[in-house]
Design a protein around this ligand. Sequence first.
Ligand code: GLC
Ligand code: CA
Length: 556
Amino acid sequence: MPAEEMNLWYRDAIFYEVHVKSFYDSNNDGTGDFEGLRQKLDYLKTLGVDCIWLLPFYKSPLKDDGYDISDFYSIQPEYGTMEDFQRFLDDAHSIGIRVIADLVLNHVSDQIEWFKEARRDRNSPKRSWFVWSDTDQKYSQARVIFIDSEISNWTWEPVTRQYYWHRFYSSQPDLNYDNPEVREEMKNVMRFWLKKGLDGFRCDAVPYLFEREGTDCENLPETHAYFKDLRKMLDLEFPGTILLAEANQWPTQAKEYFGNEDEFHMCFNFPLMPRIFIALARQSALPIVEIINQTLPIPATCDWGIFLRNHDELTLEMVTDEERDIMYSEYAKIPKMRLNLGIRRRLAPLVDNDRATLELLYALLLSIPGSPILYYGDELGMGDNIYLGDRNGVRTPMQWSYDRNAGFSRADTEQLYSPVITNPNFHYESFNVESESRISSSLLNWVKKMLRTRKKYNTIFGRGNIEFVTHENKKALCYVRKYEGGQILCVFNMSKKHTYVELDLKQYKGYRPVEVITETRFPFIGDLPYFFTLPPHGFFWLRLVAPNEEDGIQDD
Ligand code: GLC
Ligand code: CA
């Protein structure tokens, strides 16, 4: 395969987001570590994961679970040593799994040496690495993001008597990107980790690097220019590595991070994610159709990262007030389920663990244009714990078996970094890898099967375009994914009731639909509208086999 084609690996990849501390504890001190993650690589391989996304594992006082970095060049001691990291990375590569890691550019921990120096003395050489002001009135158009804990983006520094700027917790001062030393230092951080063999970065909080008076200090041209610069460095020095943007924005602004194929390879599809849940709540396909039309097309070599849940609250910053109300009333009936402008719940609890809805959601995740990103544990239908603070309720230990501590660790239970899930409706004794592996109808086995199916038709799902099929029933979502002569028709019932839909498939007259998960032949498409009946939240993925094409099915 030519190098340029190889370098597009992210277009066909299944991503898996995992926190080192949450996956597996190899030395039984209550916290997961790189050696533990290494030991569980086979699980990820069997599941069908192509690329792991690691949450921040750098040295940190953990005021924001590692997104507050106090040393970019070292590893949080509980997670292991540099050697453990390297062994994990090399072993992942040896079984064909790539690894990208979180890169937090916008801010640091107030415990980093740079800030300690800067805050002590106005004349310190590190002073200008941060953003200072005599008043807290500058950049007043910038919103506060963590509204449940911060009232301002400025915090008073009493020793040197100025305010410093921070977009997140006050313990996370923003770096000053107007300073060329900062811009260079962060490139060195990237080089340091890429030289070890990392396959790229999930770039945290990208819209906020620069500040300019009179703007909301998001998505500024200077910020885009810096990322283009980083991309150049990657292409030149580390070809084949990627940048994935966390830019929680409206569609127009989110798309800008692809640049002209010279900025990010991938961006999370933040506009789409909440609208999938809104579509379910409204029992209507329209929110999804509308948002896909607004988020496509994108440049040829770029891709969206599609996700249903992640380690944060299900963010509702970029939806209308009306949409937010729908989300809260459907998915966050208890106030503790909310955080900032969002909902801090895992996937299965969000949908009351309804199996048909979970299957529908996965079928959407795996067939909408973009690369799917799974959040660890959601393949098991893992529960959450809304009574843990901040976003910790969705960051509890991975559930491996029905042993003590869900098989995550042999430490004393009190020693675990977080309690395991014991709510009777989601108890780890039933929801764990070992138990679910033993029963063929488990969610885990179903997800595995879906990932295998997706991979079988990877070029169509990974590279193909999307055409919506128009029809009368707004509860039904119907589209065809198409790539070089192959096409898969996807039909979804977004409603809680049975429904039917009649599709005009005349352009495929003489083709035979074949259901791809169970490999079942359907009647040929003729002149009449093609008729589907669907159970509540039911769906079909159907390959449309051309008249002169083999369908490849073994007869029973
Ligand atoms: C991103 C991360 C989130 C973190 C924030 C500040 O949004 O996903 O977990 O708290 O950035 O770093
Ligand atoms: Ca450990």
